[in-house]
Design a protein. Structure first.
Length: 93
């Protein structure tokens, strides 16, 4: 009982110390500098500047897609040089 009371008092003190810091807010504007960019990099930066939601959504879709494509290319390349990752048979000799 004494231990839980100490925890509760500690949490109350911590909350009272951190609460004033949470009230101070500063407006931060996140923008990408797209002045010297061209092509797809300029489009990517402008997408970030216009909508963080669409930028995040496109990033979430693109990263796994590129990972799958690169993984398949690596698997095909290793298959061409004789490394078979599809069989799980261990050959020790």
């Amino acid at each position: 009982m004494l231990k839980s009371t100490r925890r509760l008092i500690g949490l109350l003190i911590l909350t009272s110390l951190l609460l004033p810091a949470a009230e101070r807010t500063v407006d931060v504007v996140l923008v990408a500098d797209s002045r010297h960019l061209t092509g797809i990099l300029a489009w990517w930066a402008n997408l970030f500047n216009q909508s963080h939601f669409y930028f995040a959504l496109l990033t979430i879709v693109l990263i796994p897609s590129v990972g799958v494509i690169l993984g398949m290319l690596a698997d095909a390349l290793m298959g061409c040089i004789g490394i078979n990752l599809r069989s799980r048979a261990l050959r020790e000799g």
